[in-house]
Design a binder for this molecule. Structure first.
Ligand code: AMP
Ligand code: ZN
Length: 499
């Protein structure tokens, strides 16, 4: 089995990652809180976990990966109450949107999704276990808290020194200040008008932190190989998960912690008030392609903070185009009988191909260095394109190059062009939500034709040219052009593309 090395927040250094105790690597990733549409920062984190999944699989490591769906928390309760609907009705819509967005970004589904509201009995049982050890305690209003003075290792993940922990100082919100070590809520007593669950702890609902401890243990066991999330979750969320789980089981909870650093937008924290807050759907409606968004968000290694800019998204669109054009060129050139590349092998290109494969694999195995992995493949694109231009690329080279491209695409997943269908689905959604006015008019026009419509018009134009009906041929070409669809006549025949 090959090895991969990954930075471990707990150990503070790069360490080998491998399953322990079971053949499959047991990994848990904090999933979305389904109170709104996912933004590109959320997807940066989920995309890098997808990269990790794909790299591990390429290395032959089987996976048992859980992603939770937080469908009850402070924000959900607040928003559902404001909308005057039960929380399940409120979250269903955003959960559906989340799954659509995962698919649009080619993010693989983990082996298990787990909804928090589907695991309330396990959360209650975990709190009861902590209560039996006098680590969880109940306050007068009926809520239950975790007594952090009983967990001396509190702070070991985020490397915070909470020397002067004030015993009994409490916090009941799910997210709280970075410098405060406070007893945090495990179970929140019901408040008037709020949804609640009956339980031996009294009527109430779980706190956010206990959700993940209970779901990870239920599906993966008490000690797991890897736990991932965005860097903001390190404290208090993950620190609290460790305190709960280790106090209950007496075992180390997680061997390897992976934290994806934040995405900034044009150098600033993304926020609605700054006007720099983008969901995936916002970008699709602006005319950017899903593949380019995926490629951009994974091209900056997960341990670097990433600055999102529109210039970089345009650059990413061009990069994906280049890769696809290259892929098509090699495919066509290697196709038998197409008058493509001549037989035999060009040893220089064979060496460049082997080097690209080696550099690509080494970069990803070294703490998922996606930037270097990408650069290795573009080196190959440059070398092979030059050889093909000079007529020195040969059929055996093409076969080797296609293998390396397949390896690369097993992780980067951008070669297959599903972009138009994804954007068309986003337009249908925008129409239904009354947000179609936000869509860039040119994409609305371009996508008003399906691929089959365009194929039919292009064929009609070819027929018109054959019968010397140039007026009709030109009219079709100009109509399509006005809708952003470009017809190109080349030696190999007629092609079209959306601009
Ligand atoms: P949430 O839906 O807010 O619970 O967040 C889902 C995931 O996205 C968590 O792992 C967060 O840490 C992560 N996340 C939130 N904002 C950002 C950001 N700006 N950049 C990267 N990851 C983020
Ligand atoms: Zn979590």
């Amino acid at each position: 089995m090959a090895t991969i090395e990954l930075f471990n927040t707990l150990g503070g250094k790069i360490e080998p990652l491998a399953p322990v105790g079971t053949p499959a690597l047991r990994m848990y990733c904090c999933g979305p809180t389904v109170y709104d549409y996912g933004h590109i920062g959320n997807f940066r984190t989920f995309l890098h976990v997808d990269v990790l999944r794909r790299v591990l699989r390429q290395q032959g490591i089987p996976l048992n990966h859980v992603m939770n769906i937080t469908d009850v928390d402070d924000k959900i309760i607040r928003n559902a109450a404001a909308a005057g609907v039960p929380i399940a009705q409120y979250t269903a819509r955003f959960e559906r949107a989340f799954f659509e967005d995962l698919d649009a970004l080619s993010i693989e589904h983990p082996e298990h999704f787990s909804r928090a509201t589907g695991c309330i009995p396990e959360m209650v049982a975990l709190i009861e276990k902590l209560a039996a050890k006098d680590i969880a305690y109940q306050t007068e209003d009926g809520s239950w808290y975790f007594r952090i003075a009983r967990f001396p290792e509190y702070g070991k993940l985020s490397k915070k020194d909470f020397g002067g922990i004030e015993d009994g100082a409490r916090v009941d919100v799910d997210e709280y200040e970075k410098d405060a070590a406070r007893d945090f809520a495990l179970w929140k007593a019901v408040k008037p008008g709020e949804q609640f669950w009956e339980s031996p702890l009294g009527p109430g609902r779980p706190g956010w932190h206990i959700e993940c401890s209970a779901m990870a243990t239920k599906l993966l066991g008490e000690d797991i190989d890897l736990h991932a999330g965005g860097e903001d979750l390190m404290f208090p969320h993950h620190e609290n998960e460790i305190a709960q789980s280790e106090s209950a089981s007496g075992k180390p909870f997680v061997r390897h912690w992976m934290h994806v650093r934040f995405l900034l937008v044009e150098g600033k924290k993304m926020s609605k008030s700054e006007g720099n807050f983008y969901t995936l759907r916002d970008l699709l409606l602006k005319g950017f392609r899903a593949s380019a968004i995926r490629f951009l968000l994974i091209s900056v290694p997960y341990r670097n903070q990433m600055n999102f800019t529109f210039d970089s998204l345009i650059e990413s669109t061009n990069a994906v185009d280049r890769l696809r054009t290259f892929h098509q060129r090699i495919l066509k050139g290697s196709a038998a009988g197409s008058g493509g590349f001549p037989d035999g092998l060009n040893p220089d290109i064979a060496a460049a191909t082997a080097k690209a494969e080696q550099d690509y694999t080494a970069a990803l195995a070294n703490d998922l260095n996606t930037a270097e992995a990408r650069a290795a493949i573009f080196d190959l694109v440059r070398a092979a394109n030059s050889a093909a231009d000079a007529g020195t690329l040969r059929a055996e080279n093409a076969a080797q190059i296609l293998k390396v491209l397949a390896l690369f695409d097993g992780v980067f997943a951008v070669l297959e062009d599903k972009d138009a269908a994804i954007t068309r689905a986003a337009l249908v959604w925008a129409e239904a939500e009354g947000r179609i006015s936000e869509a860039d008019p040119s994409i609305v026009a371009t996508l008003s034709f399906s691929d089959a419509d365009i194929d039919a018009l292009v064929a009609e134009r070819t027929r018109a040219k054959k019968t010397r009906n140039f007026a009709r041929a030109d009219a079709i070409r100009n109509d399509l052009l006005a809708k952003g669809i470009l017809i190109e006549d080349s030696k190999d025949g007629v092609r079209w593309k959306r601009k």
